[in-house]
Design a protein around this ligand. Structure first.
Ligand code: HEC
Length: 394
């Protein structure tokens, strides 16, 4: 390797380190979220996701404090066999185990000269006892969170129902054919698609027409109309919620997809038109003029010239609009509410006010993250080019 190359690589090093750092900042939490979503909820509640690869604890503490009398396999005292579920069941938690260990046994301390285990050690020992007696054999990874989130989980009185094992299945809808039941994420996913796709495509189509008209068709008060449009961008969405929902109530549009399509399209348009006009207006003038000289109508110029050239702008507009609609809760809540729940609504419903079921958030968050990531990565080639679109020419 030549000195020149080494110099070059070293010169790029700081940039690379910064880039790797930036990637790590978002990749590590995303990775953690993925791991967490795949863990049984009892594990999520007791230890962090980074412990997945650590060996289950407790066996060392056990051999230090208990094995001298109970044997390393826990079977040495036959009537207190630690592999017998009936014995271990009495001490499901470290508190009970500690209380029992503190009691004297035939006038002697239970542990003899061995010091009492610390609370954390006792908890590990209690876990270990459960494992060797077979009361609780938990897999390290499970899809239960996903199953529960998709099937429409119902948490009652802080209990967590589990579709895969069927515990407390009384009130639970675990029918796989019922993936589209209104309480689950499956239906909400579909609803989100039904909202996000038209709400992305409609404004983009309309905005490319308008952007073309604003940049290449000469009509009266073009500048004033455009200025008005730019001004419309600053109207806060929240301000219009009440008037529009009253209007929708009169028209019977509340709780319908049509209503939310119109709303998002309306609010997406000003910025979309602004961006498309700037992009189309920055295309070379000669290109269009020679097309018109050759007798091309505006219609042909639009479809044959303007649209193919503005793919980067369309793609970046598409990404932004799609992400904004997909993550939107406010508008979906006001205009669709519980009638046609979308993902954001369903996720916020999944956690009860007491916090039960929050472990399902991990799975739910991942389900709702999946599509935006696919959209982003499939369109990211255009993204960087398109980001500059608005900046090229005013
Ligand atoms: C000094 C010896 C000794 C040590 C150390 C010891 N045990 Fe025991 N343990 C006994 C004896 C003896 C019994 C039987 C008690 C009886 O006869 O009811 C017993 C009984 C038990 C029982 C059954 C109690 C019941 O009545 O259901 C459990 C559970 C138990 N031990 C857990 C532990 C654990 C956990 C440790 C380690 C933290 C431990 N023991 C350490 C001697 C010991």
């Amino acid at each position: 390797m030549s000195v020149e190359r080494i110099k070059k690589i070293l010169g790029h090093l700081p940039t690379h380190i910064v880039l790797i750092g930036l990637c790590a900042i978002w990749l590590i939490p995303a990775f953690g979220l993925l791991i967490t979503s795949l863990r049984p909820f009892q594990n999520i509640n007791t230890s962090g996701w980074w412990t997945v690869l650590a060996a289950p604890r407790g066996s060392e503490e056990y051999s230090q404090t208990c094995a001298s009398c109970h044997g390393s396999d826990g079977k040495a005292i036959a009537w207190a066999d630690h592999t017998d579920p009936e014995v271990v069941q009495q001490y499901p938690r470290s508190i009970k185990l500690l209380a029992m260990l503190k009691q004297d046994h035939k006038g002697q301390p239970h542990l003899g000269d061995i010091p009492m285990p610390e609370p954390q050690q006792a908890a590990d020992i209690a876990d270990y006892l459960k494992r060797i007696s077979g009361i609780e054999v938990r897999p390290r990874f499970t899809l239960n969170n996903y199953v529960d989130a998709l099937m429409g989980y119902r948490g009652r009185n802080n209990y967590v129902t589990d579709c895969a094992t069927g515990e407390q299945a009384l009130d639970l809808n675990c029918d796989t054919s019922d993936l589209l039941n209104p309480r689950g994420m499956g239906r909400a996913f579909l609803n989100s698609l039904l909202v996000a796709i038209p709400c992305t495509i409609l404004p983009i189509i309309l905005a490319s027409f308008a952007g073309y008209a604003f940049s290449w068709i000469h009509f009266r008060s073009r500048v004033w109309l455009f200025a008005l449009l730019v001004g419309l961008q600053i109207v806060p969405l929240q301000m219009t919620l009440i008037p529009i929902s009253r209007l929708y109530a009169q028209l019977g549009l509340n709780g319908t997809f049509l209503g939310i399509w119109l709303f998002h399209t309306g609010f997406g348009l000003p910025y979309a038109i602004y961006l498309m006009r700037n992009f189309l207006g920055s295309l070379p003038r000669d290109l269009f003029e020679s097309a018109y000289l050759d007798g091309a109508s505006h219609w042909t110029a639009f479809w044959r010239l303007a649209l193919p050239l503005s793919v980067p702008a369309l793609a970046s507009l598409g990404i932004f609009q799609f992400l904004w609609i997909w993550n939107d809760l406010l508008v979906a809540l006001v205009f669709l509410g519980g009638q046609k729940p979308v993902l954001t609504y369903q996720i916020s419903n999944m956690v009860s006010s007491l916090g039960a079921g929050w472990h399902l958030l991990t799975a739910a968050a991942f389900i709702s993250m999946a599509l935006p990531m696919i959209v982003f990565f499939s369109l990211q080639r255009y993204f960087v080019r398109g980001m500059l679109a608005g900046a090229v020419k005013g």
